[in-house]
Design a protein. Sequence first.
Length: 116
Amino acid sequence: QVQLVESGGGLVQPGGSLRLSCAASGFTFSRYSMSWYRRAPGKEREWVATISATSGTTNYADSVKGRFTISRDNAENTVYLQMNSLKPEDTAVYYCNIFYSGLPYWGQGTQVTVSP
């Protein structure tokens, strides 16, 4: 079955950096676009970034453009989110996502807290 396991979250000061990882299994990773979403306290889950399956084309939410970079390693079945210049408003639980057979799958999430 599809499994997504996020890691790499933590507490970081404003202006700092974190790198999130999402290890995927249960499907042919290289054939699917992968995305990151986040849910801040008291808010709806929002899309952050997507990377395509083969060309590696990336798209970002305006709120993270220029600061976050999504990448993938198809040999390791892993997608990454490099987050730089972090702001307190980036505080959220970050989730890895795939649409597989028409259904969305999510990992358990990893907490990112940006605070002095």
